[in-house]
Every structure is written in C-alpha cells, then in structure tokens.
Design a protein around this ligand. Structure first.
Ligand code: SAH
Length: 196
C-alpha cells in the first residue's frame, strides 16, 4: 500500500474515540495524551509517520507491541490482513479491545503479556510495530520477523530514542536504519526496562 493510501486510512479513524471522556476534547492536538496507568496515546503525526515507515500491505500479518489505546491497532487492522497485538497492562487491553470490537474488526488478535518476547505461536510476521521505548532491539522480535519483513521500533534511553527501521532481506540479512528521534513511554520486560 502506498503512503498516500495509508494517510487516507489514518484520517478515516477518529482519534477521539480512543480517548477517555476528559481527554476527548484534546484529540485534535498533535500531542501525546494520557490514557491512564502512566501511559500515553502517541502524537498523531508520529502514528502516521511510523505507519508509513512500516509500509504494511493488505496481505501482511502484523505484530504490534504496546496496544495502549488501540488507535494504532485500528489503523493497522484497516490496512493489513491480520494484526496480533500485545499489551502488558490488562486494563488498557480490555478498554482497547472493547472499542475495536465496537468497530467490528474481526482480524485483530489480543494478548496480555510481555511483548518484548513477541508472540511466537503466530510468527513469522511480515511487519512488527513497537510503540514503546526499547533499551535494545529485542532478539526475539528480530527472530520473529519474516524474510523481506520490516520492523519499526524506538531504541534508546527512557528519555530519548532513535526511531529505527529494521529490514530483513530474503536471505535473512538484517539492516538497521535510524530515521529520527522520538520519545515514547518505556517498554517494560525482558528486553526493555525494569518495572519501577
Ligand atoms: N500505540 C499506543 C501507544 C501506547 S503507549 C497508542 O497509540 O495508544 C505504549 C504501550 O506499551 C503502553 O500501553 C504500555 O503499557 C505498553 N507496554 C510497555 N511495555 C510493554 C511490553 N513489554 N509488552 C507489551 N506492551 C508494553
């Protein structure tokens, strides 16, 4: 799918639907906003940028780490064939799932747990989108990326990360490219930060 089509799909989804009632009025702002449990929904321009970098197609099986509000999940599920999404905070997952069910998605599969280990049962994935800050690229995610696949992941310190685009060629050669600086909430788990 080309970047223009991705942008159209992005604009077809109402961000305010994924916010709580107090934050809803700020949905139009190009800012991250709180979604509870110390987590945030990303700023919309970054959601679009990361989706365009990931470049999912309608045939793709996508793994998403950090469901959060479910906003990014909805965009991915409108584009791709199947989306496997993992979130460590059960309460956030429940709220996100209810919203996505209301939108009648039938191609989203949910798991509560440590997404830094991926979701082995359904691997390999054509695309992997990580929307929390990793301290290093998780080996398990690289291993679960299909040949010819693409992964987008912020890697760095808890305060600042480099957004990385990781591609795996048809002969399994890994290429890592930095595409800018971002600030995400921490990825907590085996390949992330400790829960403080
Ligand atoms: N894409 C989401 C971003 C949510 S913020 C949105 O637009 O709403 C990042 C999310 O990653 C948080 O909900 C946080 O709980 C989750 N997270 C952190 N570490 C995780 C891990 N190891 N596995 C799965 N989810 C994780």
């Amino acid at each position: 799918m080309d970047k223009k089509k991705i942008k159209e799909i992005f604009h077809s989804i109402d961000r305010s639907f994924f916010l709580g009632k107090d934050e809803r009025q700020y949905a139009f702002l190009n800012m991250p906003l709180p979604i509870g449990y110390g987590q945030t929904i990303s700023q919309p321009s970054l959601v679009l940028k990361m989706t365009q970098l990931l470049l999912p197609t309608k045939e793709n099986k996508v793994l998403e780490i950090g469901t959060g509000s479910g906003f990014q999940t909805a965009i991915l599920a409108k584009i791709a064939d199947k989306v496997y999404t993992v979130e460590r905070i059960k309460q956030l997952m429940e709220v996100a799932k209810e919203k996505l069910d209301n939108m009648n998605f039938t191609n989203i599969f949910y798991k509560v747990g440590d997404g830094t280990k991926g979701w082995k049962e359904h691997a390999p994935y054509d695309r992997i989108m990580v929307t929390a800050a990793a301290s290093a690229v998780p080996d398990d995610l690289v291993n679960q990326l299909a040949k010819g696949g693409r992964m987008v992941i912020p890697v760095g310190t808890p305060n600042l990360q480099e957004l990385k685009l990781i591609t795996k060629s048809d002969d399994s050669v890994i290429n890592i490219k930095s595409v800018g600086y971002v600030r995400f909430v921490e990825l907590i788990g085996k390949y992330g930060w400790k829960n403080r």
